[in-house]
Design a binder for this molecule. Structure first.
Ligand SMILES: Nc1ncnc2c1ncn2[C@@H]1O[C@H](COP(=O)(O)OP(=O)(O)OP(=O)(O)O)[C@@H](O)[C@H]1O
Ligand SMILES: [Mg+2]
Length: 305
């Protein structure tokens, strides 16, 4: 299977009081059809902004998103907070059917389609007339997923779809997303802070820092070997359930906070917190390049001990 969606030199800059905030600053990304691309990185690094660009919610300041010729329809999004993303005054049936109305589907067909969608996400047809507040968090997220599926999308951006849910419910929703992916050949961008969940669900994983892509590889490859000092730090700060992996990871503790993405200086954006930073890192921004087969890293000193 080929590439379904790709972004080239994507930038999203916002004008703020004190200058230009570079939420996404020159990201290249390719997502294969039928796969899940996991996107990780600390809070504020630009994951949601990149997701919004790829889903078409934001028009990037610069750069271009391209879909393969086989792509039809619109990308969809599933959000973190299933309560605030559902209109409390609308019934479940209305929420799920909303995009179908626009598509000019008649009433009977619409009702059938809504029932079918609800059953796909494990809800019952007698839920149609109820309101979002009558459901649990996990059920609300199922409603959000049913709404996303309504237009038979090929590509869904899942922005922390399980982080607001009870741990016991998280696995159910993840399993459902995986089943739906197999059934409909869906492609996901899966944004999460949960490195174990990302490992479980993803085929490729990208690591962002301050608007830039720092490292990217196939999931097993990345969880076996990291090249970027930031990825090492991120992975070593997380509790890694795999003891072999934990033992192999040289623990680097991140010092200080993430700097602000406003008026970032030239050079590597990670250098202010990087244990390996040298003069070249201040002068020259490292590009994402192949440091091992199919393993990309944006660092002047990849994996140097
Ligand atoms: N509409 C906006 N206007 C101005 N700044 C914005 C806007 N949207 C996002 N930002 C800023 O862009 C940066 C990236 O935000 P984004 O929401 O993409 O991060 P994130 O990686 O999704 O973080 P989190 O893990 O907390 O969800 C942040 O500094 C944020 O404050
Ligand atoms: Mg976010």
């Amino acid at each position: 299977m080929g590439i379904l969606v790709s972004g080239e030199n994507l930038k999203m800059h916002f004008s703020v009081g004190s200058g230009t905030l570079k939420a996404v600053d020159g990201v290249n990304i390719r997502i294969n059809e039928g796969e899940t691309y996991g996107l990780v990185g600390e809070s504020g690094c630009g994951k949601s902004t990149l997701g919004r660009i790829l889903s078409g919610l934001y028009k990037p300041t610069e750069g271009k998103v391209t879909f393969s010729e086989s792509f039809k329809g619109k990308p969809q999004m599933v959000f973190q907070d299933p309560y605030s993303s559902l209109d409390p005054r609308m019934t479940v049936g209305e929420i799920v059917a909303e995009s179908l109305n626009y598509a000019g589907v008649d009433r009977v067909k619409r009702r059938e389609r809504v029932e079918e969608l609800l059953s796909l996400v494990g809800l019952k047809s007698d839920h149609i007339g109820r309101y979002p507040h009558e459901f649990s968090g996990g059920q609300r997220q199922r409603i959000g997923i049913a709404r996303a599926l309504a237009v038979s999308p090929k590509f869904i951006v899942c922005d922390e779809p399980i982080s607001a849910l009870d741990v016991s419910i998280q696995a159910q929703v993840i399993n459902m997303l995986e089943d739906l992916q197999k059934q409909f050949g869906l492609t996901y961008l899966f944004i999460s802070h949960d490195l174990s969940m990302v490992r479980h669900i993803s085929h490729h994983v990208g690591v962002m820092y301050l608007g830039r892509m720092m490292e990217e590889a196939e999931v097993d490859d990345l969880y076996r070997q990291t090249y970027h000092p930031y990825t090492k730090a991120l992975f070593s700060s997380a509790a890694i359930p795999d003891p072999d992996l934990a033992a192999k990871t040289n623990r680097i503790i991140l010092q200080g906070d993430v700097p602000t993405p406003i008026n970032t200086p030239p050079g590597c954006v990670f250098r202010s917190r990087c244990p390996k930073a040298a003069d070249v890192c201040a002068g020259e921004r490292p590009e994402l390049r192949e440091v091992a087969p199919n393993h990309l890293c944006a660092c002047h000193f990849p994996n140097e001990q």
